[in-house]
Ligand binder design. Structure first.
Ligand SMILES: *[C@@H]1O[C@H](CO)[C@@H](O)[C@H](O)[C@H]1NC(C)=O
Ligand SMILES: [Zn+2]
Length: 273
C-alpha cells in the first residue's frame, strides 16, 4: 500500500498553553501545509483532558498520545524530576482511553543534572518509565520517548524491558548509540531545529531513511530558537533531511510517512474518516 501524499508530525505539544489562543488557525495552517496527521503528546496528567478534547475537535488530523514525561512541574522554575505520586491514575486514564490512543507518551528519561540530581531521581524516573512500558505492552501501543543526557540508558532500558514499538524523539545522543536503537527496531523522529543542530545533522547522516520520522515538537524545536514552532513547519525538517541524504524531498516525505504508519498503525484507519 502506498503512503498518502503528505506529512505526519509524530510528536507535537498541541495542548501547550502557547496554542490556546489560535489553535484553529494552527490546525488550518497545518492542513494547508500538507500535514495529514499530528500525534499530540502529553507531558503532565493535566494535559490529558485537553489532548483528548483536541482529538475530538479535530478528529481527522489530531491523534492522542498520553503518558507522563520524566520532568514534571512548570517551567522555568518549577521543573523537577518525576516521582511515583505523579503517576497516580495515569494507568487509569490510559486504560479508559486506550482505544482512542495512537501511542503512550511522552515518556522517557532525562538525566540533565538540574533534574536528575542523584541516583534516587534516576531510579524513580526508571520506575515511572517501566510502568508505562508495561502499559504499552498491555495495550499494544507504541511509546513516544524523550531522552536527554540519557541516550544510552534510555535505549538499553527500553530493550531490557521488552519495548518493541518505540519512537525516540529529538534524540540527543551519539549516532553510535542511535544505531543500537536501530538494531532493536526503534525509530527516530527529526524536528525542524535540525537546521541549527550539528548533532542532529550527524545523526541523520547515520540513520537509515526507513527508521526516520518527522516531528515538530511544537511549540519547541523550531527553525528559530526563540520563536514558537508549529506543525506547518514540518517541511523544514523534511527538506533538510533530503539535502543531507541527497535524495528528493518527495522521497523523504513519502518514506517518513510510510514509517509513521508502520509504527503508529492506528493512524491509517483513523485518517480521513
Ligand atoms: C547527489 O545525487 C546526484 C543524483 O543522484 C548525484 O549525481 C550526485 O553526485 C550526488 N551528490 C553527492 C554529493 O553525493
Ligand atoms: Zn516533546
Amino acid at each position: 500500500m502506498t503512503a498518502p501524499e503528505g506529512y505526519i508530525d509524530a510528536h507535537c505539544h498541541l495542548a501547550a498553553k502557547e496554542f490556546n489562543q489560535d489553535i484553529t488557525e494552527v490546525i488550518e495552517r497545518a492542513k494547508q501545509g500538507n500535514v495529514l496527521a499530528i500525534v499530540a503528546v502529553a507531558i503532565r496528567k493535566d494535559d490529558f483532558h485537553r489532548i483528548l478534547q483536541l482529538s475530538s475537535q479535530f478528529p481527522d488530523i489530531v491523534f492522542p498520545s498520553i503518558g507522563i514525561h520524566p520532568v514534571q512541574g512548570e517551567p522555568p522554575d518549577g521543573q523537577r524530576s518525576v516521582t511515583l505520586p505523579d503517576f497516580t491514575d495515569v494507568d487509569k486514564a490510559i486504560e479508559e482511553n486506550y482505544e482512542k490512543l495512537v501511542a503512550i507518551g511522552e515518556v522517557g528519561l532525562d538525566f540533565s543534572p538540574r533534574f536528575a540530581k542523584g541516583d534516587e531521581e534516576k531510579k524513580e524516573q526508571r520506575e515511572v518509565l517501566r510502568r508505562q512500558i508495561e502499559l504499552a505492552k498491555k495495550y499494544d501501543l507504541p511509546l513516544n520517548v524523550h531522552s536527554r543526557s540519557a541516550g544510552r540508558p534510555t535505549i538499553d532500558f527500553l530493550k531490557e524491558h521488552g519495548a518493541e514499538k518505540v519512537l525516540l524523539h529529538a534524540f540527543d545522543g551519539r549516532p553510535s548509540i542511535a544505531l543500537r536503537g536501530v538494531e532493536y527496531g526503534y525509530y527516530f523522529s527529526i524536528p525542524p531545529s535540525i537546521i541549527r543542530s550539528e548533532q542532529k545533522q550527524k545523526l541523520v547522516k547515520q540513520l537509515p531513511l526507513d527508521r526516520i520520522l518527522l516531528e515538530t515538537d511544537s511549540p519547541a524545536l523550531g527553525p528559530e530558537k526563540q520563536e514558537r514552532n508549529e506543525p506547518k513547519n514540518i517541511h523544514i525538517a523534511c527538506d533538510y533531511i533530503a539535502q543531507i541524504k541527497n535524495i528528493s524531498t518527495d522521497e523523504v516525505m513519502k518514506t517518513t510517512t510510510e514509517n509513521a504508519l508502520r509504527l503508529f498503525p492506528k493512524l491509517r484507519s483513523l485518517m480521513h474518516r
